[in-house]
Ligand binder design. Structure first.
Ligand code: TRP
Length: 345
């Protein structure tokens, strides 16, 4: 269990890993529980989390409070939270190496977000691209939470005084704002929060199976993405229907080149890269091969997930322990913050 922010006695005695100096650095990231994860989410987030947990003091959160700013069905939310926990664990996050927690179980996050609200100019929030996009997508539900979303995200990150935040491209603006909020707070009160760096987790975008000019996203329907938990036959089916072309089309060629690079077996890479380059490709063959490779890539994940799913009590225990540990740090931060803000008599 590695929930200590820096060096509480528990951490000092913790020799169950060989994290070196880098362990003094804290990494924070979170994923919203809003349905199944696809291979784009995997490359943009989870894959890197697994690598980072060996080197840093990591916090990986299930951002359930963020997820309720979108249109959703409350009956489905507990299951989505549970499923995301399963994904985290099955992909290889290890509660002995990192802290896995649920945002809403640590009420200090919303407390800190409120305090940050008082130092964040409204105009900063109004210019966020994600706010503008989501306001269009859900024009009947432009709630305050949607606007305030980046402030809660800043609270998540700064609560643990994170040094770095691994995120996909779409979150960079939010991390920039987090740095500003840290600065606003530090200037108004006194130096409290470090300004976190972003670690860009993925540079090659995974595009939609049905439209290679759009990013892979659940919002474009199930045919447009490959879920990391999709069964091999489903992957085959989706790939068979994926875009192809009789003439050269840069977007389509890039789309397949990226999938091949990220998930292809060595043999298939050798065989199909050459053909793609020479524009001498049979898409049906390539799609078939890729479907097989992607299914293989996630084989262990699917099996582990299935096993874990049989023991929901164990999952809940891991989440409770992680959240309890994170809360310990959060309470420490809030004590310091409240004193600096002038709320302690
Ligand atoms: N907004 C992030 C996303 O949708 C999720 C998130 C919430 C997050 N809090 C965070 C990511 C803190 C990084 C750090 O992807």
């Amino acid at each position: 269990m590695r929930y200590d922010r820096k060096f509480t006695s528990e951490n000092k005695n913790n020799n169950n890993d060989n994290k070196t100096m880098a362990q003094q650095q804290t990494v924070f990231s979170a994923v919203q529980p809003s349905g199944e994860l696809h291979i784009g989410n995997y490359l943009g987030a989870l894959k890197n989390f697994v690598e980072l947990q060996d080197k840093y003091n990591c916090f990986f959160f299930i951002a359930d409070y963020h997820s309720i700013t979108e249109n959703y069905d409350p009956k489905e939310k507990p299951r989505q939270i549970f499923d995301l926990a399963l994904d985290f664990l099955a992909i290889g996050l290890d509660p002995k190496k990192c802290t896995i927690a649920i945002q809403s179980q640590i009420p200090e996050h919303t407390e800190l977000a409120w305090i940050f609200n008082t130092v964040t100019p409204l105009t900063e929030l109004q210019r966020m691209t994600q706010f503008k996009d989501k306001s269009q997508q859900q024009d009947k539900n432009i709630n305050m939470g949607l606007l305030d979303y980046p402030v809660l995200q800043a609270a998540d990150i700064l609560m643990y005084k994170a040094d770095a935040v691994p995120v996909g491209q779409d979150q960079i603006q939010h991390i920039e704002l987090t740095r500003k909020i840290a600065r606003f707070f530090n200037n108004k009160f006194c130096n409290t929060f470090p300004e976190p760096k972003n670690i860009i987790t993925e540079t090659s975008k995974i595009m939609s199976l049905t439209n290679p000019t759009k990013k892979m996203s659940k919002s474009h329907g199930p045919k447009s993405y490959i879920g990391i938990n999709d069964k091999p036959e489903i992957i085959q089916k989706k790939m068979r229907k994926a875009v192809s072309t009789t003439e050269y089309n840069k977007d389509i060629y890039n789309f397949y080149a990226t999938l091949l690079k990220k998930f292809g077996s060595e043999k298939n890479k050798r065989c199909f890269n050459e053909k793609l380059k020479n524009q001498d490709i049979k898409f049906s063959e390539l799609k078939n091969a890729l479907a097989e490779d992607i299914a293989n890539y996630f084989k262990d994940f699917r099996e582990k997930r299935k096993e874990l799913k049989k023991n929901p009590e164990k999952i809940k225990r891991i989440l409770n322990e992680g959240s309890k540990g994170a809360r310990f740090v959060a309470q420490e931060t809030m004590k310091e913050v409240k004193e600096k803000v002038g709320l302690v008599l």
